[in-house]
Each structure stands twice: as C-alpha cells, then as structure tokens.
Design a protein around this ligand. Structure first.
Ligand code: GTP
Ligand code: MG
Length: 303
C-alpha cells in the first residue's frame, strides 16, 4: 500500500486511547494512525551522510530515565543512545543522518494564497506553524541569520500568505499565517482551517511541521488542539518552544516550567514523545541544534 514517506517515518505514534477530543476539527481525524517510526525504519537503510559511530559509553541515570521521552531518529537503537548524543535544550538525539547544517544562502521564492499555488519542485520543506505572534517569521530570520528575510511585527497577523524561502538551493523554509489572533484586529483574522489545513494535508514534500509554542506563557488550549490535530492526521511535527529568553518574567511561571507543563499534557496523547527544542530568536538559543535536527530529518527524507 502506498504511504507517503513522512507518514512511514516521522510521525510519533499518536495514541488512539485519547481523552475525548474537543476540537471542532475532529471530523478531519478519520485517517489511520501510524505505527511508531522506530519500527517502520528499513533495517537495510544506510545513511547517505558521513557519520562517525559514537563509541558506546555509559548512559547516565538521567538519560536512562528519559529514554522513553527522547526522540530517537532513524539509524539508532534506543540502547545505543548516550548523553552526548542529545542536543542541548531538547529531547532530540542526533543520529547518523545528521549532516551539514550550515545555511549558505537563502532566496525568497514567492507567496501563495492557495496551497495549490505553492512551488511544485518537490524539494523537502519545513513549515512554521503556531499562534500569531509566537515568532514564526523571527525564527526563520534567526535560522538563516538575516534580519528581514521574513517580515515580523509586534502586531499579530503580519504573515498572511504561504511564503517559501529556498535555503542552499535545496530545501524550503515555509512561513505561514498564525492561528489564534487573540489580540489581532478583526481585519487580520482569517479562516485558518480552510487555508492552512489544506496545505498540511496535501503537501507531499512536507518533511516536518515546526509547531512553535510560546514558552513565556502557560500551555494554551489552542496549541494543544493543534498538536493533537497534527498527530491525528499523521503529520510529523517538532515542537519548537520560542521566546525562551524571557526568563525574567516576574509574574507567572518561567519558560522551563511552562515547557514542562506543556510536555505533561502532550505526553497523555503520544506513546512516543515528539521531538521538542528550546529556542530564542533574540539570543540565538537552539538555532544550531534545530538546524542539525532538520538536517537529519532532511537527509533521511532524501535517502
Ligand atoms: N523576546 C523575544 N521576542 C521574540 C522572539 N521571537 C519573536 N519575538 C517577537 O515577537 C513578535 C512577533 O514575532 P513574529 O516573528 O512576527 O511572529 P509571527 O509568529 O511570525 O506572527 P504572525 O506573522 O502575526 O503570525 C515580534 O515583536 C518579535 O520581535 C524571541 O525568541 N524572543
Ligand atoms: Mg509572521
């Protein structure tokens, strides 16, 4: 049976034993659930990037404890994981598919108002998804180290179209309109469900969705609903916590506490925890690590 590569490999075993799902999008969730990606990897697959085999050294108690919530990429067995293979500020294990993650050039290719108008060249792509103002466009600028490749604003609703940015002439970063719009003017609201959902459900070249979650606020229902919707539709995601520099927040909880709460809520729905990483576009935190993670997803995809 034909199954897109992304479904075979990178979905995170969304549990069918879910607590009742309250989102109005539940009618879209009739697709089958995938098996854990770790069991669907071909044993004969060989990495197409050079990688030094990490010597087996003892695994700390922390790692042993965390193994069931680590993201273990293709090419590695859970018992091969050592502390040094886990990317800082994340649950992501770096595997043999990780390769050159340097951004040498970036080109803005164009904006599309409909998913069917997006580039048709099948290059692998990563899409930024998240509430309006969470920092999607800023993260693109941070990843490519350019200030205004993607336009940002303090006001929510800045990005209104599907914007494709070609990196190193070989893969795309895709900036998308945000959902939520809690503080946005009425004119900036849009029908996220018909516009952006169509993109996620039909884009064959989508390697992974980067689901951006603001770490400076407690978990929001709309973000959890979004994560659940992606899981139910077998769309692979990496949770990217943004604004982790906002540590001096005197009111409310700190980013690390908010991240922990979000993880706890996500854990209920995923048998295998999706990859997550802490970032800040203001300080560059997590930038290199996220690029490395994307390189391993991309290289496996290309394989
Ligand atoms: N402190 C801090 N501020 C950030 C960070 N990322 C983004 N911001 C700020 O958050 C605001 C929104 O950033 P954008 O990148 O435009 O957010 P967006 O998600 O693209 O928003 P929409 O296009 O409206 O959906 C801007 O004022 C950014 O400077 C971050 O990591 N730390
Ligand atoms: Mg934007």
């Amino acid at each position: 049976m034909f199954m897109p590569a992304r479904v075979r490999v990178f979905t995170h075993c969304f549990s069918s034993l879910l607590a009742p799902y309250s989102s109005s999008s539940s009618s879209l969730c009739s697709l089958h659930f995938s098996r854990p990606f770790t069991t669907s990897i071909s044993q004969s697959a060989s990495p197409n990037v050079s990688a030094t085999k990490t010597p087996k050294i003892s695994v700390s108690d922390t790692t042993k404890f965390a193994t069931n919530i680590l993201f273990i990429p293709p090419g590695i067995e859970p018992n091969e994981v050592t502390d040094g293979m886990i990317l800082t500020g994340s649950n992501i294990v770096l595997g043999p598919y990780a390769g050159d993650s340097k951004v040498k050039e970036v080109q803005f290719i164009g904006s599309s108002s409909r998913p069917k108008d997006c580039p048709k060249d099948d290059r692998p792509e990563f899409a930024m998804l998240g509430r309006s103002n969470v920092g999607k466009s800023s993260l693109i600028n941070s990843l490519v180290r350019k200030k205004e490749v993607a336009l940002t604003s303090k006001k929510p609703g800045k990005t209104q179209l599907i914007n494709h940015f070609l990196v190193n002439r070989s893969w795309y970063l895709v900036d998308l309109p945000g959902y939520g719009f809690a503080n946005a003017p009425e004119s900036a609201r849009m029908d996220w469900s018909s516009f952006t959902k169509g993109y996620f459900l039909n884009r064959e070249s989508l390697v992974c969705v980067l689901l951006l979650v603001d770490a400076s606020v407690p978990p929001q229902k709309i973000d959890l609903d979004c994560a659940n919707w992606l899981g139910r539709n077998n769309i692979p995601m990496t949770i990217v916590f943004t604004k982790c520099d906002k540590m001096k927040n005197s009111k409310g909880k700190r980013p690390d506490e908010n991240i922990k709460s979000f993880q706890e809520l996500i854990k209920e729905n995923y048998k295998i925890h999706p990859p997550w990483i802490m970032t800040s576009s203001a300080t560059g935190l997590g930038r290199d690590e996220l690029l490395l993670h994307m390189s391993q997803l991309r290289n496996y995809w290309d394989n």
